[in-house]
Design a protein around this ligand. Structure first.
Ligand code: GRG
Length: 295
């Protein structure tokens, strides 16, 4: 796929997601909660997870309308996790996506509620979609998303992450954190998109491996950017891992090995995705771009 076609496809997905999110999060009473949610949802995120969901669905011949609400739900869950992660009780960050964090702008009370509301809204829109389309595959997609977001996924990873602050951890624990805190919510949209698009059980296993490898590579890159980038480029403070006394891939292995391992994890993901042939062209390019991302 040439770079022009790739950009066109990516921008098409992003526009599709933004329009849908805009409708799903239309301001109602009490407007304050909608405003705090919209502030964070439309703060300029990359839309990585919903793009993965739509692209995975299309790779198996599914249609975007069936996947749309699930893509938005994953972005809502991701945004709730960022809002809660930034709270003083967790990372205590003032900036995210180049803007004040939700609690700095609206207060801690509203920020807790904004995260809660987004999580609930995610399940509401998925359930509506299931009822409307009466399709058992959509229930399975919801199960993947629920599992990957909860205690056996992102929340579990976050728990071990916060409990490990200031402690010396081993490589298994670090990998557990990366696999669950970050990779789980990257695996979920690939699997959910795949099942909605009509993939087979054995293909779900391949998508899971792709998600794991992209997710770990993505987190190692995040660890590197935290020490090599600038707050202006990232839209959030740098050296936040040091501030929170966190062991990262960089502090454990050094920057050179970290860079090398990004390549190995990404190459593994690329090898697996290319098994799907020509229809995986977009995802192949997208994964390649994640290796070189600057924010
Ligand atoms: C509060 C349950 C709970 C979980 C929080 C998301 C998270 C878990 C913590 C945020 C800190 C962090 C470094 C998470 C790893 C995943 C990650 C790199 C998130 C940022 O995702 P991007 O880069 O963000 O896709 P944008 O802003 O582009 O959407």
């Amino acid at each position: 796929m040439n770079s022009k076609d790739f950009e066109r496809k990516l921008n098409g997905y992003i526009e599709f997601i933004e329009n849908r999110l805009d409708k799903l999060l239309e301001v109602k009473y009490p407007s304050e909660i909608y405003e705090s949610i919209r502030y964070s949802v439309f703060a300029g995120g990359k839309r990585l997870r919903p793009v993965l969901l739509l692209a995975s669905c299309e790779m198996f011949g599914g249609n975007l309308e069936d996947a749309a609400d699930f893509a938005c739900a994953v972005e809502m869950i991701h945004t709730y996790s960022l809002i809660h992660d930034d709270l003083p009780a967790m990372d205590n960050d003032d900036f995210r996506r180049g803007k004040l964090t939700c609690h700095k702008k609206f207060g801690e009370d509203l920020a807790v509620l904004a995260g809660d509301a987004l999580l609930n809204k995610a399940y509401e829109v998925m359930v509506h979609s299931v009822i409307l389309r009466k399709n058992a595959k959509l229930v399975k997609a919801m199960e993947y998303i629920a599992e990957c977001s909860g205690m056996d996924g992102m929340v579990g990873g976050q728990v071990v992450d916060v409990l490990s602050e200031g402690k010396k951890i081993n490589s298994d624990t670090l990998l557990y954190i990366h696999k669950n805190k970050t990779a789980a919510l990257i695996t979920a949209p690939l699997k959910a998109g795949g099942i909605i698009g009509g993939c087979l059980e054995k293909e779900i296993n391949l998508l899971e491996k792709v998600g794991y490898n992209i997710g770990v590579a993505f987190q190692i890159k995040d660890d590197i950017l935290d020490v090599t980038s600038t707050a202006d480029v990232l839209g959030k403070p740098i050296l936040s891992d040091e501030k929170n006394k966190k062991t990262t891939y960089v502090t454990m292995y050094g920057i050179e090995k970290a860079q090398c391992d990004i390549e190995s994890f990404s190459n593994e993901a690329l090898d697996i995705i290319s098994c799907f042939g020509e229809k995986s062209d977009f995802l192949y390019e997208y994964i390649k771009n994640l290796i070189t991302r600057v924010k």
